[in-house]
Design a binder for this molecule. Structure first.
Ligand code: SF4
Ligand code: SF4
Length: 377
């Protein structure tokens, strides 16, 4: 069986560094409604696109500058002269529904902020090798506490628990109760976190806020300004990076040299996706940027399953990934659903342990997307 490091804990976390401003921004806007146009000069924090989904957040110019290109996927900006938008006075927003709307306009997703009995703060690093969550807990506590105060107001929990790995630099968060779990992936996946703390699967009345979302909330609560930065692990360190920063710039600043044949990975080793271009701009959802050197790992290929059963043994949702993906491969999405496609966590463990190197996670994501856009539409 493949030897894999599932450890989520980082023992040495340096303070988060501020990245140098890039010479160009490619702000991701795919699936959103554009609110700017080519040639427009924008202040830092101006809205560039609005998300149509309930609870989803708007996207803003992360630097002042001029829009030079607009496509379905990106708004390209040249940073330049200009100020920033005026802050919103959140203390004057009394009504909770209005507060949710205001937060969405400021770039915070409201989905995890529904009223719930129990509020869990997911303080675990999302994946092995990604240290941004613990770095935030170790170095941005004041901002997190501001975020927690606002989250508590909206969620109204009777109990609030910070879930951590118990790492040496990770302590509590204000007066929030603290519980530690075994820091081994996939413990950071939401349904498993809920199970570990409450003992129940799909516990009703439980809201989960990950530490990055709490940090965004805290930044907005502290400044009244839109979310325009993301905290990302690049190489060994963590950086505050303007949304839309091209990967080329982030890699160079992070000390990663991309050579011919290397693959840039967006996210961790379990769930990360290959970037398609070094000009690709960093999205708000990005938690890590890694480099897979040419020849370092065997590529995934559409090869037949050898029925070794490793994926079944390791699946934390107790599914049969080999069957789900075979159905997905042949467009039999209803059959994939009957095998539990809808309850798959998308953790990527099946793909990581597959010694045949079948593209299991790709097939699962493909099937979920097909179900979302065709069967459930
Ligand atoms: S991604 Fe694979 S291992 Fe993870 S829950 Fe889904 S089927 Fe199971
Ligand atoms: S999909 Fe991969 S891990 Fe699963 S049974 Fe087939 S070869 Fe083995």
């Amino acid at each position: 069986m493949t030897k894999i490091d599932f450890n989520l804990r980082s023992d040495h976390i340096e303070p988060i560094q501020e990245m140098l401003v890039p010479g160009l921004l490619n702000i991701p806007v795919r699936g959103m409604s554009l609110k700017t146009a080519r040639g427009k000069k924008l202040e830092k924090g101006a809205v560039v696109a609005q998300h149509p989904g309930q609870g989803s957040a708007d996207v803003h110019a992360s630097l002042a500058g001029k829009v030079t290109k607009v496509s379905f996927a990106y708004v390209t900006m040249l940073p330049g002269e200009g100020g920033g938008v005026a802050p919103v006075d959140l203390s004057s927003v009394d009504d909770d529904k209005e507060m949710i709307r205001t937060l969405r306009r400021l770039g915070v997703s409201a989905t995890p902020l529904m009223e719930s009995e129990l509020l869990l703060i997911n303080g675990l690093n999302p994946e092995p090798g990604v240290t941004s969550a613990e770095a935030l807990l170790a170095h941005e506590k004041d901002i997190l506490i501001e975020g927690l105060s606002l989250a508590r107001r909206l969620v109204k929990p009777s109990r609030c628990i910070l879930v951590t790995s118990g790492g040496p630099e990770v302590q509590g968060l204000g007066d929030c109760e603290v519980q530690t779990v075994r820091a081994e992936y996939p413990a950071s996946i939401e349904p498993l976190l809920i199970k570990a703390i409450t003992g129940k699967e799909n516990a009703e009345g439980t809201a989960v806020l990950d530490i990055h979302a709490l940090w965004e909330l805290g930044m907005v609560a502290t400044t009244g300004l839109p979310v325009t930065e993301v905290v990302v692990t690049v190489g060994e360190n963590n950086w505050r990076i303007p949304v839309g920063t091209p990967l080329r710039h982030a890699l160079a600043e992070g000390g990663l040299e991309c050579a011919e044949g290397d693959v840039v990975r967006l996210g961790g080793v379990m769930r990360g996706e290959a970037a398609y271009s070094l000009d690709q701009g960093i999205s708000k959802q990005c938690r890590a940027i890694g480099l897979v050197k040419a020849g370092e790992v065997a590529p995934v290929e559409n090869v037949p399953c050898i029925n070794c059963g490793e994926c079944v043994l390791h699946c934390p949702a107790r599914l049969m990934p080999n069957l789900i993906t075979r159905y997905a491969e042949f467009d039999r999405f209803e059959d994939a659903r009957k095998q539990g496609l809808d309850i798959c966590f998308g953790c990527g463990i099946c793909a990581t342990v597959c010694m045949a190197r079948r593209p299991l996670l790709h097939l699962i994501r493909f099937a979920k997307e097909q179900v979302r856009t065709t069967l459930d539409a």
